[in-house]
Design a protein around this ligand. Structure first.
Ligand SMILES: Cc1ncc(COP(=O)(O)O)c(C=O)c1O
Length: 434
């Protein structure tokens, strides 16, 4: 429906100075044609059809002289999203007090509704924020806690969130407790048990990632939320990587609080994120920047941050349309297939340790692999300096390795090139001068 109405609006150019007619619809038409050709084949079968995915690779303006396997950091937008963002930016700059505040700003409401549709919640539970960091800091700093109250999290949660909580430890005397997640974990039970066993009478909040950024491990959010709710513990979910990478809706995770970055897997403009707070929980979370009392139960109190751009948020509409046109299940299957392709090939090499489960419930696009004989940071530098391959080296107290994260635009040739280089290093080590 949305896609059809988008195309119809685009076709009637006169109807909308706001709707660009040249590039976005062309991309969508190509994707739709590829989708029609794909016919009724299921996502897993289609994941292997390089002809179909070639259309999607072409929808990006990424540099092909770089092999970017770090889509865990931030992701490039498809061309149609960048074009929309640039177009809205020009419009924003025409007379910002009018075109930004009165024309573009109200369109954010439609984006709010579409995000709520994707997530499966009420639009009045969705705040548009700048990124996961902002979303999670609103949550982690916004709930009143007393000295001695405990927050439970994992040793693999995101550094900035732990820094946020450590500030509360220093400032208010709360206590921070950690559990370890096995690397990799193969069952939901071992993770739920880890949290259950660490809850005490003083535990008020659990902070957990939906997908751990270091390894790509997917955690059983629903089971943890159900267990914690019975014990009166709030669960705040860092969904930086899960949203729009793999297909799920709010009912599948059942949490009351969730933060994500739209500039990661939704492929939206940079500086866009989403905060979900369940309706009845909104009054108890203080916004980071104060809002008037009359907004206490209004999700928009979290958006009271002073003057900020609207163009990036409005262009999230195009990112959602791109996502819907590819199809969430197809996207998930392709991303998992890309990960499986390199992981299955490389994990049997001598000295290779895969820190990511290949159980489809436990991982999707992101994986972490180590070569015991090679320093990950030196390996990362070698890949970049010699081959223009971007990966991240992860040095954690519990494990180390390279985080490899392809995306929809990654070609099989690029993955193959990376695997060849990796195999060469596994067999021969890094060149002496590297
Ligand atoms: C698990 C996790 N949480 C939060 C963030 C922060 O995301 P952002 O920088 O978009 O706020 C990241 C970034 O990679 C992350 O991996």
């Amino acid at each position: 429906m949305r896609r059809r109405s988008f195309l119809a609006a685009a076709a009637g150019a006169s109807a909308g100075a706001l709707v660009h007619t040249r590039f976005g619809p062309e991309t969508l038409r190509a994707l739709e044609a590829a989708g029609r050709q794909a016919g009724s084949r299921g996502p897993e079968e289609l994941a292997r059809d390089e002809g179909y995915w070639g259309e999607i690779q072409n929808a990006f303006s990424v540099s092909r002289s770089i092999i970017n396997l770090n889509n865990g950091g931030v992701c490039p937008s498809p061309r149609m999203v960048t074009e929309a963002f640039v177009r809205y930016t020009w419009q924003q700059e025409e007379a910002p007090v009018y075109t930004m505040w009165q024309i573009l700003q109200p369109q954010k409401e439609h984006v709010r509704q579409r995000l709520a549709g994707m997530f499966g919640c009420d639009a009045e539970e969705v705040a548009l924020v700048r990124n996961t960091s902002e979303a999670m800091e609103i949550l982690l700093l916004g709930l009143d806690l007393q000295s001695g109250d405990e927050v439970l999290t994992t040793t693999q949660d995101y550094g900035r969130m732990l820094t946020t909580l450590r500030q509360r430890v220093r400032r208010e005397g709360i206590e921070l407790k950690f559990i370890q997640i096995p690397t990799p974990a193969e069952t939901d039970e071992e993770i739920v048990e880890g949290f259950r066993g660490a809850i005490t009478d003083r535990t008020r909040i659990i902070l957990m990632s939906h997908q751990i950024n270091l390894t790509g491990q997917i955690l059983p959010v629903k089971a943890v939320c159900d267990m914690a709710r019975e014990r009166g513990v709030e669960v705040m979910v860092d969904g930086a990587h899960s949203f729009a990478q793999f297909d799920f809706r709010h009912e599948d995770i059942g949490c009351d609080y969730f933060g994500t970055s739209l500039h990661k897997w939704l492929l939206a403009p940079k500086g866009t994120g989403m905060l979900f707070v369940k309706k009845e929980k909104i009054p108890q979370i203080w916004p980071l920047m104060p809002a008037p009392e009359r907004m206490d139960d209004d999700i928009r109190k979290f958006e009271e941050i002073g003057t900020h751009p609207a163009a990036n948020f409005v262009a999230c509409g195009e990112a959602i349309t791109f996502h819907d046109t590819v199809g969430a299940k197809r996207k998930e299957a392709r991303l998992r297939y890309l990960k499986d392709t390199w992981a299955e090939r490389l994990s049997s090499l001598p000295g290779a340790e895969l820190h990511t489960s290949l159980n489809p419930k436990m991982s999707c696009a992101i994986g972490n692999i180590n070569l015991t004989s090679v320093d990950p940071a030196a390996f990362r530098d070698y890949l970049w300096d010699r081959h223009h391959i971007i990966v991240v080296s992860i040095l954690h107290d519990e494990f180390q390795g390279l985080r490899i994260t392809p995306n929809l635009y990654t070609t099989m040739e690029e993955l193959d090139y990376f695997c060849n280089v990796f195999e060469d290093v596994a067999r021969n080590g890094l060149p002496k001068s590297a």
